[in-house]
Design a protein around this ligand. Structure first.
Ligand code: NAD
Ligand code: MG
Length: 300
């Protein structure tokens, strides 16, 4: 493996990070970073901020681990004050993130709670606005993924929870946040390669990710008149707790990432810069777009 602590020197992306096979590593959802082998890279030792988000105020759902955690680290190092939402069971991951960001002099507000509850989503936005002193970037990134091979085994309860977490929460958070966002404010949703090329065992999940693309494009057109932009990021396979904690069966975890042209999963550190770009004025002419980072798997 090449030097993974430096994202800025030119190197072969195929060998930059671990490749399968990986050990089987079952753990209960929502999953914790400490149970993962190899440990994911969230940019802890590598991400260099350039002051691109100085004075900005951002809320990131699912900010404790995975893609959200890498985004939180990047935003904080770019100078933003950051609030994260996560579930109570994920307190250890939120704590280690707070230790890192606060240890560097940054701001991390922790706002745990369950996004499947509309009243909680409204309260979360109110608390973020209150504790950050405003809000100008909302990263809607929390997600639920439970691999279920046969539609006959897919319960209404699971279908409902997946839609509540991935789609309804996006609607509730967007609706509550928009009145607070200034011109130049942004919403960034997280869809998936599954929204374009769905796996048969992810019927509920893949269809939520398709819905997120439609919602992003429609809302972008609705709110650009207020100077607010809405975009989405579409990850391919990324090495995060979502996958070994029920997102995939363990035999697929062993070969995770082998299905895309890179032959390996992405690491959260490799996608966080996309969330930075979409939050800053550098992407000012971009709205209603979906940016892919898929290890070479086409999104079209
Ligand atoms: P992750 O497990 O690190 O993050 C998902 C987060 O969702 C959890 O940390 C948890 O805090 C949050 N969450 C789940 N249910 C919740 C609820 N009811 N209330 C509040 N929070 C809840 O995994 P990740 O892969 O970084 O996931 C981030 C996003 O990326 C998700 O939307 C996921 O669908 C998407 N994504 C991931 C992959 C991948 O391969 N890892 C691929 C495509 C898209
Ligand atoms: Mg987590």
């Amino acid at each position: 493996m090449s030097d993974t602590s430096n994202q800025y020197d030119i190197q072969n992306p195929l060998t930059q990070y671990p490749r399968p096979p990986f050990p089987r590593q079952p753990q209960p959802a929502p999953g914790l970073i400490g149970e993962m082998d190899p440990v994911p890279d969230h940019g802890e030792t590598s991400y260099r901020g350039l002051g691109r988000m100085e004075g900005r105020k951002a809320l990131i759902t699912g900010g404790d681990s995975g893609i959200g955690r890498a985004t939180a680290i990047a935003y904080a190092r770019e100078g933003a004050a950051v609030a994260i939402n996560y579930l109570d069971a994920e307190s250890p991951d939120a704590q280690s993130l707070a230790d890192l960001i606060e240890g560097e002099g940054g701001t991390l507000v922790r706002l745990p709670g369950d996004l499947t509850d509309e009243a909680f989503c409204e309260q979360l936005i109110a608390d973020a606005v209150d504790q950050l002193g405003g809000l100008d970037a909302v990263v809607i990134n929390a997600g639920k993924q439970v691999y279920t091979e046969d539609i006959q085994d897919l319960t209404t309860e699971q279908f409902d929870q997946t839609y509540k977490t991935n789609v309804y929460a996006m609607f509730w958070l967007s609706k509550a946040a928009l009145p607070h966002l200034p011109p130049g404010g942004t919403i960034i949703n997280t869809t998936s390669i599954q929204g374009y090329s769905p796996s048969p065992g992810l019927l509920d999940y893949a269809s939520t990710k398709w819905a997120i693309i439609g919602f992003t494009k429609a809302l972008a057109k609705q709110v650009i008149g207020d100077g607010i932009r809405v975009n989405a990021v579409a990850p391919g396979p990324f090495w995060t707790p979502l996958q070994p904690s029920g997102g995939q069966p363990q035999d697929k975890v062993e070969e995770f990432g082998s299905q895309v042209p890179y032959g390996r999963p992405g690491q959260p550190a490799e996608i966080a810069p996309m969330y930075v770009f979409l939050a800053t004025q550098e992407s000012g002419y971009t709205t209603g777009e979906v940016f892919g980072s898929t290890g070479g798997e086409p999104t079209a």
